[in-house]
Ligand binder design. Structure first.
Ligand SMILES: NC(=O)c1ccc[n+]([C@@H]2O[C@H](COP(=O)([O-])OP(=O)(O)OC[C@H]3O[C@@H](n4cnc5c(N)ncnc54)[C@H](O)[C@@H]3O)[C@@H](O)[C@H]2O)c1
Ligand SMILES: [Zn+2]
Ligand SMILES: [Zn+2]
Length: 345
């Protein structure tokens, strides 16, 4: 089968690989129909993710059809259409029992990281019963690809942890797919203001179409000033960090109102300063989270009812044969205006 293989920092190739087979009775083999590329795949290619070793097939998102089910798989049979969660969960360990699937002692984020992933014709999914979801009849499969990772991530790490409330004020730093997913799902709670901050005017335009009440380009260094003015010098109740660099986490610390919450989503590769000298008396909360994908069943219902349309995030389509072009397009979002790319097998 064809598969996109990580070959070490800066190196990847579309290779011929052996089709995976069942390794444990709880496994399923899924024939991929649609997959995508995540910002995290680009982090891996930069060499930022040491758990992902050369030779690994990348990808942790997608939908497909069950090709083979292990003898202990009860919920799925060959031919069933499934959504793949980016998080594999045994359902039984101490963390799974706390619904912290991301920290499953034998699962978590392993797909396209420590085991082969979804950017291939077939993938082996461990703990199939608790790591796959049935695709509802009539569902739009491309929209569902956005539910493998980015929608639960924006919602759980940003909106739920950030305690977005009716009438509250929210700032989202970073208008990439994850920040935009937080923007779409924050609207479940009817906040009064959602201010989107980025350096890219095109992405800010998209954010306004997706429901942002204001968009601030922070390139001029005046974002704090502008947002303080817009909030009566209070700051925002929720500041969501969706970039993953020190400058943006520090920006959140300057934007948060007394009593507010900073909800970090970004993957940070370097240390960041915490300004307790400014924050110690401000009654704030800081949260971090690796997406657990516990909200996936709820999000499937919301997407099914057309309350939100995650397809808005899809900008490009490629065949698996042209996945290297898909990486080029996705990797140069500022010029290609790419958000999410769909790769069809
Ligand atoms: N916590 C989790 O479970 C989890 C899951 C998935 C992804 N992530 C992380 O979330 C982050 C966002 O993911 P994405 O796919 O949307 O990434 P992305 O790179 O597509 O988007 C980041 C956005 O931030 C903007 N940006 C960069 N520097 C900025 C600055 N100084 N000020 C304002 N904006 C700036 C960019 O223009 C871009 O639009 C990444 O760090 C990713 O690894 C976390
Ligand atoms: Zn991802
Ligand atoms: Zn577990």
């Amino acid at each position: 089968m064809k598969a996109l293989v990580y070959l070490g920092p800066g190196k990847k190739a579309l290779e011929d690989r052996q089709k995976p087979d069942i390794a444990a009775p709880t496994d399923a083999i899924v024939k991929i129909t649609k997959t995508t590329i995540c910002g995290t795949d680009l982090h891996i290619l930069k060499g930022d993710v040491p758990t992902c070793q050369p030779g690994r097939i990348l990808g942790h998102e997608g939908v497909g059809i069950i090709d083979k089910a292990g003898s202990a798989v009860a919920a799925f049979k060959p031919g069933d259409r499934v959504l793949i969660s980016c998080i594999s969960a045994c359902g039984k360990c101490v963390y799974c029992r706390k619904l912290m699937y991301s920290h499953c002692t034998t699962g978590g984020w392993i797909l396209g990281n420590s085991i082969d992933g979804t950017q291939a014709e077939y993938v082996r999914i461990p703990y199939a019963d608790t790591s796959l979801y049935r695709v509802p009849d009539g569902a739009d499969e491309e929209a569902l690809v956005m539910l493998s990772d980015i929608l639960p991530t924006g919602f759980e790490c940003g909106v739920l942890n950030g305690k977005v409330q009716p009438g509250s004020t929210v700032a989202i730093v970073g208008a990439g797919p994850i920040g935009l997913a937080a923007l779409l799902t924050a609207q479940f709670y009817s906040p009064a203001e959602i201010i989107m901050i980025d350096l890219d005017d095109n992405r800010l335009e998209v954010a306004k179409r997706f429901g942002a009440t204001a968009a601030v380009n922070s390139a001029d260094g005046k974002a704090v000033e502008k947002i303080m003015k817009a909030t009566g010098e209070r700051g925002v109740d929720t500041a969501i960090e969706a970039v993953g660099i020190p400058a943006t986490f520090e920006l959140c610390q300057r934007l948060v109102a007394p009593g507010g919450t900073i909800a970090n989503i970004g993957v940070h590769g370097t240390k960041v300063d915490l300004h307790l000298e400014n924050l110690w008396d401000r009654n704030i909360t800081i949260t971090t989270r690796l997406v657990d994908t516990v909200s996936t069943p709820m999000l499937l219902n919301v997407v099914g009812s057309k309350r939100i349309d995650p397809k808005l995030l899809i900008t490009h389509h490629f065949k698996l044969d042209h996945i290297l072009d898909a990486y080029e397009t996705f990797g140069h979002a500022a010029t290609t205006r790419a958000l999410k790319v769909i790769i069809e097998t």
